[in-house]
Each structure stands twice: as structure tokens, then as C-alpha cells.
Design a protein around this ligand. Structure first.
Ligand code: DQA
Length: 147
């Protein structure tokens, strides 16, 4: 099965961006670790990081025609702003897990609301890079249950 890993704005700067909040791992490191985990389980991963809402929306639309079975999504700041990305996920009705590196509930009030959590299969936050690996494990089990 194919799984899409989507990273929102500013996550290309991981490793140097507020490392006390987001950790030392780069995005390349996170993706590499996910790739390895997926390979062992016999699943195929696709990756996109974008700073543009438009590109993320278009990627979600394309996922439908590519038989993507599941999406791991860190919408980053779009978590708190984007009805358009929420609607895109609802439009394709591909199940997804919302991932955040930081514990958004320990942070500013404006980070406590997400446009995605109520329509996600699940949400992982505050576990750093490991959160992605845990989300992938859950995604794989979710796919296997369906088949
Ligand atoms: C984030 C949390 C968001 O509030 C923030 O805008 C990000 C990253 C996280 O992974 O902790 O860019 O999604």
C-alpha cells in the first residue's frame, strides 16, 4: 500500500528552526527513518514538504488518483488556519493522522485549535520526530485491517 507523508510550512528548516521546540532532527533524517520503517513493512512512501497551501492541496487531490491509502500530515502553521486543506482531505476521503513535533497544548492559545483533529483518524503531538514513526506504525496497521 502507498502512504503519503505531507509536511507543511517551515518544516524544511527542521534541525535549525527553534531546536528547543522542534528538536535537532532534520526533515531529511525524519523522512529517511520513515522510509526505512515502511520498507521493512512492505509499504511505499511518497513525500512532500511545501510552504504553499496551494501545493499541499494539489498533492492531496492527486493522491486520490494514485491509490494513496493513508496520509501522515503535519500541517504546521496551516493546522490553525486552513479550512481549504481540511476540505481537501474531506473531498478525497483518504484517512489521515495529524502529527506535530511539539506539544501544541503547552504553547500559545492559538495553537490549541486545529482544523484537522476532529476529522483525523488520530492525532500525535509532543513526541518529537518519534511521533512520525508511531503514526506510520498506526497507519500500517490501519491499512492492514482494511485488507
Ligand atoms: C507544528 C506546530 C505548529 O503550531 C507550528 O506552526 C509548526 C509546527 C509542530 O510540528 O509542532 O510549524 O505543527
Amino acid at each position: 500500500g502507498k502512504i503519503l507523508v505531507l509536511h507543511g510550512p517551515n518544516l524544511n528548516l527542521l534541525g535549525t528552526r527553534e531546536p528547543d521546540v522542534y528538536g535537532a532532527a532534520t526533515l531529511a533524517h525524519i523522512n529517511q527513518s520513515l522510509q526505512q520503517q515502511a520498507q521493512i513493512a512492505g509499504h511505499q512512501l511518497e513525500f512532500l514538504q511545501s510552504n504553499a497551501e496551494f501545493q499541499l492541496i494539489e498533492r492531496i487531490h492527486a493522491a486520490k488518483n494514485e491509490q494513496i491509502e493513508f496520509i501522515l500530515f503535519n500541517p504546521a502553521a496551516f493546522t490553525h488556519t486552513s479550512v481549504a486543506l481540511r476540505d481537501a482531505l474531506l473531498a478525497v476521503s483518504i484517512p489521515f493522522i495529524e502529527v506535530h513535533l511539539s506539544n501544541v497544548f503547552q504553547r500559545e492559545k492559538f495553537r490549541h485549535h486545529s482544523y484537522f483533529s476532529d476529522v483525523a483518524v488520530g492525532v500525535i503531538c509532543g513526541l518529537g520526530a518519534q511521533g512520525y514513526n508511531l503514526a506510520l506504525q498506526a497507519a500500517i496497521e490501519h491499512i492492514q485491517q482494511k485488507h
